[in-house]
Design a protein around this ligand. Structure first.
Ligand code: DX5
Ligand code: ZN
Length: 223
């Protein structure tokens, strides 16, 4: 649970021929660089592996937030833990989620669980006390620039309720279609961290875009 909104800028919408230049554009404003790792199996798109994350780590001090959209995340997780502050693994991608979450936390990295749009937040009830955050997908994972799925708001509210009921403090991150039209609704519903790709990197002034996302104050009175 955070007292102010954080932004994680997704380089899926950056210039793949020059990540460094785009990372530099958001460096003073963004809280994280969001790294969308896709394997062409778990999602119908292929992006980058740990070597790209390492290369980005070498050119910036902004913490990395790695989102693994891959089958068998166990095979990749250790490398991403070396360079990331947050590692998100999908509920739908592994048989042994509890073990995987433990493995991430043992490395002093924040373990988040990502949920596809069809996966109810209530399925996390027996692991929720072991994690640092939940990544609610508000689009189907695989591509940037998609339209926000409104039911994500309902899921954020239910997750916030679950957090309150269980007296926990995990963070709620929301990913997909977060832009000028949707960010206030997402914050009002209970988000702590907003992932944004196209809205940030395709805007004329990425810093201004991030500042806008952070300008709407969250209501922290009810946990
Ligand atoms: C989608 C990715 C998102 C994506 C968001 O699979 O997980 O992180 O980059 O991009 P926008 O903000 O453009 O919807
Ligand atoms: Zn993502």
């Amino acid at each position: 649970m955070l007292s102010s909104i954080e932004v994680s800028s997704s380089i899926l919408a950056a210039n793949f021929a020059n990540f460094e230049a785009d990372v530099k554009k958001v460096e003073g404003a963004t809280d994280y660089i969001h790294i969308d790792v896709m394997d062409g199996h778990f999602v119908p798109n292929l992006t980058f592996g740990v070597e790209v994350a390492r290369a980005i780590k070498r050119v910036t001090n902004v913490p990395l937030d790695s989102h693994l959209m891959v089958d068998c995340p166990e095979k990749l997780v250790d490398g991403f833990c070396e360079v990331s502050d947050i590692v998100s693994v999908h509920y739908e991608s592994t048989y042994h989620l509890h073990r995987l979450v433990q493995r991430i936390r043992e490395k002093d990295v924040k373990a988040f669980i990502a949920l596809n749009p069809h996966t109810p937040v209530e399925l996390l009830e027996d692991v929720i006390m072991e994690i640092d955050g939940v990544l609610i997908m508000s689009v189907n994972p695989g591509f940037g620039g998609q339209r926000f799925i409104p039911n994500a708001l309902n899921k954020i509210r239910r997750l916030k309720e679950l957090r309150k009921k269980s007296g926990l403090t995990f963070e709620i991150e929301v990913d997909g279609g977060v832009n000028e039209e949707t960010y206030q609704l997402v914050i009002k519903a209970g988000a702590d961290i907003l992932v944004s790709g196209n809205y940030v990197f395709k805007s004329e002034d990425p810093v201004k875009a991030i500042e806008k996302l952070k300008s709407y104050k969250k209501d922290i009175s009810e946990g």
